[in-house]
Design a binder for this molecule. Structure first.
Ligand code: CTP
Ligand code: CA
Length: 227
């Protein structure tokens, strides 16, 4: 029996968090990336650790310091992120907050030069591995609770619900990141947690508060025996 302490409900649990963007090099000085500060993912990693979990944070390039009490691994590309995640298995909880670039290119060895008389270079985009979908796949290494994020700019709940099913995750945390909301790059977040039973909308909260509320939900879920 797991010794449950009310302030460290995740003691003895292993958690994996992905955060930040990935950078996919085009040449030694240019890259493809998604916008992401990493703030929400770092806050979740820190809150999981504060709840007693043994946390590995696999982070793309950010300007944030390593969160306290968290084993942080810095990576650049989506393929590196997947590799680091595989090394962090097995785990009980996986939370994928990273804004993973969907494609990479075969990078040029030298800086590509602009030439006035030639057309701009064409990028041949190759799909990146979908880390969340890989972690969510049924099998002995699947974490018991797999949580994804869905940052959308329209039809938020519909897109997120489809994504949850497509990626095989247990919960998906949906948010509206349209430019007018101020959420992208901001200190606050307003999310809806979607699981197999439905949607739970949370008010606009500080990203650290969202992290604590999510960790409390995780702890409750893991303490409730499946029926
Ligand atoms: N994700 C991932 N690996 C990828 C792409 C996405 O792990 N290569 C994860 C993200 O960390 C997030 C979730 O999948 O938890 C949703 O990411 P998102 O970019 O919204 O979904 P996509 O399936 O890539 O769809 P699209 O970008 O077309 O909306
Ligand atoms: Ca994507």
């Amino acid at each position: 029996l797991r010794a449950l302490s009310p302030d460290r409900p995740l003691a003895g649990r292993r958690a994996l968090v992905t955060a930040g963007p990935t950078h996919e090099p085009i040449d030694p000085v240019r890259y493809i990336a998604n916008r992401s500060s990493g703030t929400q993912g770092y806050a979740i990693a820190e809150a999981l650790a504060a709840a007693g979990a043994d946390v590995t944070l696999v982070s793309g390039p950010t300007t944030l310091p390593d969160p306290a009490g968290v084993h942080t691994i810095r990576v650049e590309t989506a393929r590196d992120m997947l590799e680091a995640c595989r090394h962090a298995l097995p785990c009980d909880i996986a939370v994928c907050t990273a804004a993973v670039a969907d494609w990479h290119v075969a990078p040029a060895a030298q800086k590509i030069k602009k030439t006035a008389d030639a057309p701009p270079p064409a990028l041949h985009l190759v799909p990146n591995p979908d880390i969340l979908a890989i972690l969510g796949r049924p099998g002995p290494a699947r974490p018991g609770l797999v949580i994804g994020f869905a940052a959308e700019t329209e039809h938020v709940l519909a897109h997120a619900t489809t994504k949850r099913a497509r990626k095989g995750c247990d919960w998906i945390v949906a948010n509206d990141v349209s430019p007018g909301t101020g959420i992208m790059g901001g200190a606050e977040n307003e999310v809806t947690v979607i699981d197999a039973t439905g949607c739970e909308h949370w008010p606009r909260l500080d990203k650290a508060q969202v992290a604590h509320r999510l960790v409390a939900r995780i702890a409750t879920f893991l303490q409730t025996p499946p029926n």
